[in-house]
Design a protein around this ligand. Structure first.
Ligand code: NAP
Length: 290
């Protein structure tokens, strides 16, 4: 009997398994960061197309949607490995340089940045302004200089005199429900387009329809969890970008998705891309059309 002949599916223990990574190529986490990787925002691509130190242009082309006229909602979150969306009440402590890099690039691709008022207040959002390089890129891509900033609020506890409105390069949008305070709506009308989407509860499909009617079909949502929950429950989320921050947080921090899904039925996701920056993973998942 030829002992070197192996049954199918039983690799020769004396030969390297071609399906396993070469141990010499696996980072030892106890080793200091590779000095040949000085850029902390460097992003490598693991799957489906491997690549090292991929450029902004490559990232932008990978995240570009095939048909910009077709309404698309992409949400972008960061979470610790144990599922916390915040540490000490904010997402910033979870951040890694590559996440900030991708965060800015994803904004560049959209027509409108959609954010819940809770996140605007907690994270201290200012006006949605692209820098010169971003504006130049958007112009060359045939996009408006700046995406529109759209804020979702039920209570309309938003100050019309805040920089979000007074220093906005394009008139922001405030999305609310029919039960919101009429006087607050009138006050915000002076500085923003106020869209009513739903009576007592936010109607996610009406949000998509209203933004599309405004000429803003490419929606980039930066959270927070309650808004993501409403969009997911309403069946209008197409893509979830998740940075897995190499941290354990514990405590009572919430997760990235708030509220309940219809029938408590989980929504399946399809993995579209895995990027890596040092110890963080930048994952891209797609939802089946609903
Ligand atoms: N890890 C991450 O990537 C990430 C991303 C974003 C935010 N966060 C964190 O998430 C926390 C905020 O969570 P959150 O769930 O409160 O955020 P949120 O969804 O941004 O804010 C909730 C508020 O936004 C308005 N809103 C959102 N969805 C609504 C809906 N369906 N109907 C009516 N109003 C709606 C309401 O504003 P009014 O109160 O004005 O009615 C509501 O109180 C912060 O600590 C923030 O740092 C983390």
């Amino acid at each position: 009997m030829n002992t070197s002949q192996q049954e199918p599916g039983h690799p020769d223990p004396n030969q390297p398994d071609p399906n396993q990574p070469d141990p010499a190529q696996i980072d030892d986490p106890t080793e200091p960061d590779d000095p040949n990787q000085p850029d902390p925002a460097q992003i490598d691509s693991l799957w489906p197309t491997p690549g090292t130190a991929i450029t902004d242009d490559v990232l932008l082309s990978r995240y570009a949607v095939p048909d910009r006229s077709h309404p698309t909602t992409r949400v972008n979150f960061i979470s610790s490995v144990d599922g916390a969306a915040t540490s000490a009440g904010l997402s910033g402590a979870l951040g890694v340089p590559a996440d900030k890099r991708l965060f800015d690039l994803l904004r560049r691709l959209c027509d409108v940045v959609l954010v819940g008022a809770g996140t605007v207040r907690a994270e201290g959002y200012g006006p949605m302004v692209m820098d010169e390089q971003q504006v130049a890129w958007r112009r060359s891509a045939g996009l408006a200089d700046h995406p529109v900033f759209a804020i979702v609020s039920g209570r309309l506890d938003l100050d019309p005199a805040s920089r979000i409105f007074t220093e906005a390069p394009v008139r922001p949008i405030v999305i609310t429900t029919g039960s919101s305070d009429a006087a607050a709506r009138r006050a915000l009308d002076a500085v923003a387009d106020v869209l009513v989407c739903g009576d007592d509860e936010l109607d996610a499909r009406a949000v998509r329809a209203a933004l599309t009617a405004h000429g803003l079909p490419q929606v980039h949502c930066e959270g927070g969890p309650r808004l993501f929950g409403a969009l997911a429950a309403g069946g209008v989320v197409d893509e979830v970008c998740l940075t897995l921050s190499p941290m354990l947080v514990s405590g009572d921090a919430g997760r990235i998705l708030g509220g309940a899904l219809p029938g408590d039925a989980p929504l399946p996701l399809r993995l579209a891309q895995v990027l890596r920056s040092r110890d963080a993973l930048l994952l891209r998942y797609l939802l089946a059309p609903q």
